[in-house]
Design a protein around this ligand. Sequence first.
Ligand code: AMP
Length: 212
Amino acid sequence: MSTQLILLGAPGSGKGTQAARLVSELGYNHISTGDLLRNEIAKGSELGQKVQGIMTRGELVDDATVLELLNANCDLSSGSYIFDGFPRNIDQAKSLDDVVVKDADHMALYFDIDLDALAQRLVNRRTCEGCGEIYNLLSKAPKTEGVCDKCGEAKLKQRKDDNEESVMTRLDVFKSTIGPVIEYYEGKGALKRIDASAGSEEVFEEVKKTVK
Ligand code: AMP
């Protein structure tokens, strides 16, 4: 397994959930630029303070900042990575090739889903701050309200940017930036489409078949 996987898809399309399964079952390293940025905010670093407002509003952080953070946190010599949340636009896609992936074998998976269904999914999403498990109050509610089924901690939280206004901004940003990214990977013959409208088990089966 030496293919680098690039996950493309709208916010709420299930990239993070599938990435977690790929890590635990197939042993990939996971790098999520959203997680790296949230970590900077939690640490209260200068970078975190700079990006906090931008992220809460659902806008994109500037390319140079995200690329630097990504590059500092991955080392392809340590195995295959899943890139989750990067690239978000065509310039980032080209930078990922030039700076990080270079001539390594890679594949982009596009989590294809009707964007109109996503706003509901996102406002109902809850994430465990203990172990990262992702829930949905409508389709995958925890057994006890606010408590993670997986690690047992009462740390299920709503992300600051999973409110209605930020969700609309994030979906608009996605719609206006993703087209050229998809064309870019399609042009290289490196794009695979995944039907992300199915349940997470079915989606995972399709992902596994595609990457093997
Ligand atoms: P995510 O966890 O991938 O949904 O990302 C949450 C937020 O982090 C986004 O709405 C952006 O504000 C920021 N972000 C994450 N990845 C990127 C990226 N590749 N480029 C710019 N901003 C990003």
